[in-house]
Design a protein around this ligand. Sequence first.
Ligand code: ADP
Ligand code: ASP
Ligand code: MG
Length: 467
Amino acid sequence: MPVMKFGGSSVADAQKISNATGIIAAAAEKIKKSENAKPPVVVVSAMKGVTDMLINAASSAENGGSSYKEILDGLKEKHHNAIEKLVTKKKEQNILIEEINALLSELSEILHGVELVRECSPRTNDFISGFGERLSSKIIAAHLKDCGIKAVAVDAREIIRTDNNHGRAAVDFKETERLTRAKLSDRDYIAVVTGFIASTADGVATTLGRNGSDYTASILGAALNEKTVEIWTDVDGILTADPRIVPDAKVIDEISFQEAMELSYFGAEVIHPYTLLPAMEKNIPVFIKNTMNPSAPGTRIAKDVKPKNRPITGIASIDNVSMVTIEGGGMVGMPGIAGRIFSSVANAGANIIMISQASSEHSICLVCREEDSRKAASALKKDLNDALSGGIIRNINLDHNLEIVAVIGENMKGHVGLSGKLFSALGNAGVNILAIAQGSTELNISFVIEGSKKKNAISAIHKSFIG
Ligand code: ADP
Ligand code: ASP
Ligand code: MG
């Protein structure tokens, strides 16, 4: 039995939702014929754009603006429109509208509270941003029932336990497994579970990070020891590059867990970076499929994949990064300086995406999101003040509007001449490289360029290696 996840793009409006439920109904029908059959667990995202609307509403209320009221009207209209088309029986439609209105008035009261106190803590922000999934799961379950299929909306806050790191909470897998099994092991209905949201042991709402519904699906798949996890989205699978940058990117039919993890870590948003960890642990293959083209085979992410005949599997990139460069001849052969740099950045709470050090030890580059880079640079200037004034470190520079590009593939291991071909493709495209890093596993080569060169760089590499 698969866990099936439908992303925001697959539940964007009534038409898309009815398409998705067609796929769910077909899977349920197929499963019915097998022994020990149990209806599938379905994980759903908020309708496309809704989480952004909720976050914008929270920040408008926090700033004392009133645009959150218009956003609330927009949310009401969007969900009511869907209900009118998806739930045809009048009595059920009225019950659902009442439930949805109750949720929306709860949301309105909270936003009013935020407006009054002019403060929206990460905890409140998590509570607000999770309304989208609570709304969509109810509508999708009601639509399935309208089609004569037994379905119940399940709030993941009842079954996914996390710590209280709001915005990106860490999962307590043991407790989550216990709760999930108790709730979902024995069912005769399709469980339509909210993606993205979870709760602490005290019942406080948390979220798994933006795009986190993919992760919800694999957490549940692993907790229930399911056979497969299916991520239904708006593309035919994982592509060799972001299709918005390389329109002729190709579908990757099979990819290893490690490669897919690297691609998602380096920005391939088709899958949330943590998604593959629980699946990999239990060796559960994950399929990426297109809701609008269900007969396409999609991408299979698994442990055992057949070898590819090209050196690279895919290219990914992260926009809007900044680079902190610490340079100074005095750092050469100076023990402990890297340790001090990393402790200072860690204590400042800045997250480093990529590190590169010149072999001369003349400079160390840390690549972070812009906000983190500012935090890191100011902490370093304070904590390494002695090294700066003593001339060991000459400068701490900050550069913005950069891009990390990562080239990923298991075949890169020991592939002589690959870097040469890569960098000459970039040179021919007129792209200047500011920093380079290669993991010791040789699974990826990542480098930093000016943000404005992103399309040139990715297209040139794609053309040179994938065609
Ligand atoms: P969902 O709403 O289903 O969660 P997302 O928008 O989060 O979907 O992810 C799907 C999108 O990811 C695609 O429409 C595509 O534009 C983008 N994307 C970026 N990189 C890749 C890639 N390498 N392969 C496929 N899609 C990618
Ligand atoms: N709705 C959430 C978001 O937009 C989670 C998801 O869609 O995966 O980030
Ligand atoms: Mg997504």
